[in-house]
Ligand binder design. Sequence first.
Ligand SMILES: NC(=O)c1ccc[n+]([C@@H]2O[C@H](COP(=O)([O-])OP(=O)(O)OC[C@H]3O[C@@H](n4cnc5c(N)ncnc54)[C@H](O)[C@@H]3O)[C@@H](O)[C@H]2O)c1
Length: 437
Amino acid sequence: MKNNISPAHGKLGVLVVGINGAVATTFIAGLFAIKKGYGKPFGSLTQLGTIRLGKRSDMNFPKINEFVPLADINDIVIGGWDIFDQNLYDAASESKVLEQKDIDPIKQELQSLRPMRAVFDNYYVKKLNGTYIKSAATKMELAEQLRADIRDFKSKNSVDRLVMIWCGSTEIYMGRNDVHNTIENFEKALQENDVNITPSMLYAYAAIMEGVPYANGAPNLTVDIPALIELSKHKNVPIAGKDFKTGQTLIKTVIAPMLKARMLGLQGWFSTNILGNRDGEVLDDPFSFKTKEESKLSVLEQILQPDLYPELYKNFYHKVRINYYPPRGDSKEGWDNIDIFGWLGYPMQIKVDFLCRDSILAAPIVLDLVLFIDLAQRVGMNGIQEWLSFYFKSPMHAPEVYPEHDLFIQQSKLKNTLRHIMGEDLITHLGLEYYEE
Ligand SMILES: NC(=O)c1ccc[n+]([C@@H]2O[C@H](COP(=O)([O-])OP(=O)(O)OC[C@H]3O[C@@H](n4cnc5c(N)ncnc54)[C@H](O)[C@@H]3O)[C@@H](O)[C@H]2O)c1
């Protein structure tokens, strides 16, 4: 495959939906700070990770960004949309994730960024009332306006390539139905203002139509529908989603595979969170919470496979709670109480109290995703990028397979994909060759 990769020449435009939010501003402010040498990109695999090549005895571990031709962070140009018209310095200060002392040295860069007018409808995010939004007679016209924004951004900033990433709010729960099944139905529904077409779907449609890769950081259905998956293949555009895997689910997808690997049983898993940022406020609405809940609940069933191991995992009780608690701001606390059992059924407990920072965990994921999905496009990969499951709570997957949630299987899949892209041998961890005479 190696010979077919087009180089990362020129500038990469990164279009962020929800550019004034906590995740987006933490990512963007962080990017400026890192470029100026004020901070380090901790948490980012593309910036810090290495990859083993060849045999273990070869001791060959290049840095990932020296092994695959990723865009340089100095070539990134930021743009995006939000429902409030505010420059990014004010937005970053207001979100209170980063301290003012870390934002002030990059004030000028942040002040120069303002969102484009958003596509938004309060029906889909009940807790927010946008004031900086587009209007048009049909959803198709709104999508056309987004497409025009993309083209304008590209020409005004002289960028060579673009990617789009959704860092916007969680929309109300939306199941798949007929209008999502084919592109004909979908486009008809755009013309007819069908309620099943959400604002996030308009951004994804606009991106794909403009040949721009799309990554979905929220649990919203968005691009995870047959119509847009087909369109992405047809337009040769990579897509990835959904819902950044940052805190509690990151831990869950490490502990659950460990229990299964050692054949320890599970009686119940109670997960609760307190958080006080705008995301927490949006998720306080039961309709948006349902979208998040579905995303958070799915992982255990898939990892533990109760049908294969009924004695261990049949009927385990799994509860996820998110409580909006303003005093904590972005500094979320996630508790897990895990009731397990071992030899002869004797009960044990695991307690996890993760005092994390939501956006600090999410920002490096945004960076990695935009760099990897841009790479995927230059390699000629299109449709669902399952190798990016590593970054998502509800990984998109082909209809005939179940999603892979185990963090370390996801990591192997990601690294093997990079080896495959570069024409290197895949690593199976068999290792018998070290013991052969
Ligand atoms: N931080 C994490 O750890 C994490 C993990 C997984 C998923 N997420 C998801 O990422 C998203 C962003 O999280 P956040 O903490 O930054 O939330 P936030 O509320 O701070 O930011 C969301 C931003 O999106 C904007 N927005 C909403 N609808 C929009 C639209 N239609 N068009 C343009 N802008 C729109 C809002 O005005 C806001 O500025 C949420 O959906 C959240 O659930 C976050």
